[in-house]
Design a protein around this ligand. Sequence first.
Ligand SMILES: *Cc1c(COP(=O)(O)O)cnc(C)c1O
Length: 397
Amino acid sequence: MKKKIWLSSPHLGGNELTYILEAIETNWVAPLGPNVDAFEQVLARYNQVQDAAVLSSGTAALHLALVILGVHKEDEVIASSLTFAATINPIIYQGAHPILVDSEPKTWNMSPEWLETAIKARIKRGKKPKAIIPVHVYGMPSKMQEIMEIANYYQIPVIEDAAEALGSRYNGRALGSIGQMGVLSFNGNKIITTSGGGALLANDQKLTAKARYLSTQARDPAPHYQHSVIGYNYRMSNITAGLGLGQMEVIDQRVVQRRKNQLFYRELFSGIPGISFQEEPDDRFFSNYWLTAITVDDRQTGGITCEMLRRGLAIENIESRPLWKPMHLQPIFRRYPFYGNGTSEQLFRKGQCLPSGSNLSSADRLRIAEAIMRIFNQRETRHTLKHQTDSESIKET
Ligand SMILES: *Cc1c(COP(=O)(O)O)cnc(C)c1O
């Protein structure tokens, strides 16, 4: 079996071990220490925000953002439907209700029109949503100008889920710095990784201070342990933050490498009809292209579907993955209100994420190119793939 080509795998910069060794040699082996402080400063500077609080995961950061905004039981929170479940789960942790909003076809992110429709409908029913969570899916900036105008008009705070979008910009501003708070993730498959971790960004230090307090068990200032509110154990460790410091030294290179992947696929598919890319609508949008994602229109590809593409690559031990299955189609979230016209569902039916690691070698690219060319050119291959797809098609829920 040929070596596996992953969708997106960790890519270390080289200096991570220096920071980790230093933490161990100086005995800063705790969820606090110089690496934690330095990582927060580097992140705040890079993302042009006043402050960043580093946490155990992006999910924890989203959860604390909701806690800080005072989202409680029976409250409603609007979020993009085309996302990873981690965007929605923290809403449920708070006993609140997610209100799911469809994508618009350009960026694939939250549709400003459906957002406004949802807000109006919820207010009419008697409840103003407590927060809006737009997700910058695969690194692509959402239409933030429109979203912020609507959010400001209705005076609803915005939490940007920028878990996939470190290094992306909208109108020159870092994603996660535009809403009231922003969330980053450093999970193993993200553009940089701390093996697991996240951050909360804000332009108001009171918010990040609150996040630090809540993430370290909400201890009141007293010599003994005293608590007035419920706390969490969500702080990032000083070892993990060492990984983050090493990774931030190479973030700009990682963005360049991921964007190059996208250009590689554009060239590769340029002669093949029926393939469309998630793309920047105009020059206000700058995506880190964390993952290169395409849609496959089988009416134009001679019957080749995105699932056949996935299987064809899998045979060569090359990982690709369908787009996020929208949250309003998930068994666990299906009962919550959804506002949209089927755009995210269409994207899910046709879409595929291609191997997008910043560490793809030219040999990897060649293998990917050959596999894709085979899938789209050879009748033989097409036949076998079609057969497999038919007999083992994904069980629809
Ligand atoms: C990865 C991800 C998260 C969660 O981040 P973790 O660090 O894995 O908890 C949240 N939202 C989106 C869109 C993500 O891709």
